[in-house]
Design a protein around this ligand. Structure first.
Ligand SMILES: [Zn+2]
Ligand SMILES: [Zn+2]
Length: 338
């Protein structure tokens, strides 16, 4: 099978012809149709996440069909359309797993990081962590030739699901700030608006186009991250990997508000006066996802249905997709098509 392989951190991916993997105990063999590119993929390539499996097939937003089923697996049929997310395996027995926080499992394995992922024609995945995909959410291939498609499901599998976990942590806050109005924000804002929340969108200072886009999506206010919103916020989610946004977001909060850092990696947070945290404000991060997050999100995404913006690339052009993403030259989620 064709695969784009990270052989060494800091190096471009190499196109390799590898043997098709065999589904082991509890696993499905998946014929990959599409795999969306995530910022985490860049962090892994750049060595910002410790100890990746090497050589590694990246990719943890996999949409494909079941090609083969290990005899130990029940409940799937050949040809089922499934999604494979970042959380690839947990031990099911540690303190975290037993308290409904499998996202924090000490021995968790992650797709496209500590186990091989979807920048390839085939992958194997633990059936218990695969999602059945609702019919309302489409594969991207029908629109591949056009280059852009709405309601493509691949970007929902990480940007959407982890974004949803961040959103879930904001509880019932009615006024919600979102810092970094990229792909995850675009998806989560649709859920928040559907639930009749007010969105305050913060972009890079001076990014008028980004602010216009947020307003046309339905944000009640959009401005630069150096600005204060017209009203204090009940919660804020930071999707941009910029630590300086944490104190900025804290200052925009009402008493008791929460700042949720939605990324897996962030630059250092500068110091700030205690008074900005005072009055029971909270800073939280979000790590990984639980299967419940994924299922809840897919259900609501199908109901809305959530729109996505994607730009497709052939699998072999994974390096181009990553470089364009890194350079900020994509206004859509890159999706690799096998
Ligand atoms: Zn991701
Ligand atoms: Zn565990």
């Amino acid at each position: 099978m064709r695969a784009m392989v990270l052989e060494e951190v800091g190096q471009p991916l190499a196109l390799r012809d590898l043997p098709k993997p065999k589904p082991g105990h509890g696993q499905l063999l998946v014929r990959v149709n599409t795999c969306a590119v995530c910022r985490t993929d860049l962090h892994i390539v750049d060595g910002e996440l410790p100890n990746p499996k090497l050589p590694l097939i990246l990719g943890h937003q996999i949409v494909g069909r079941v090609e083969q089923i290990n005899q130990s697996v029940d409940g799937f049929s050949i040809g089922d359309r499934i999604g494979v997310p970042w959380l690839g395996w947990t031990d099911g027995e540690c303190t975290y797993c037993r308290s409904d926080r499998e996202n924090l499992c000490d021995r968790a394995k992650f797709t496209g990081y500590t186990i091989d992922g979807g920048y390839a024609e085939f992958t194997v995945a633990d059936a218990r962590y695969c999602f059945r995909l609702p019919d309302e959410l489409f594969d991207v291939d029908l629109a591949a030739e056009a280059g852009l498609a709405e309601a493509a499901v691949a970007p929902l599998l990480c940007a959407g699901m982890l974004g949803y976990r961040s959103y879930w942590k904001t509880g019932d806050a009615r006024r919600l700030g979102i810092y970094g109005f990229g792909n995850a924000a675009y998806l989560i804002a649709q859920v928040a608006l559907y639930q009749q929340k007010e969105i305050f969108a913060f972009t890079r200072p001076g990014d008028k186009a980004g602010q216009d886009a947020a307003r046309s999506l339905g944000a009640v206010w959009a401005g630069g991250s150096d600005e204060m919103p017209p009203e204090r916020l009940g919660a804020a989610i930071i999707f941009a990997p910029v630590g300086a946004l944490v104190p900025a977001a804290l200052r925009a909060l009402a008493k008791g508000g929460v700042v949720v850092c939605g990324g897996i990696h962030m630059s250092d947070i500068p110091s700030f006066p205690y008074v900005d945290l005072w009055n029971e404000r909270v800073i939280s991060s979000v790590a990984n996802l639980t299967r419940r997050d994924g299922e809840e999100f897919l259900k609501i995404a199908a109901l809305i249905p959530v729109k996505t913006k994607v730009k497709t690339f052939p699998l072999e052009q994974a390096n181009t997709a990553l470089e364009k993403f890194r350079a900020g030259k994509l206004d859509a989620t890159a999706v690799l098509v096998t």
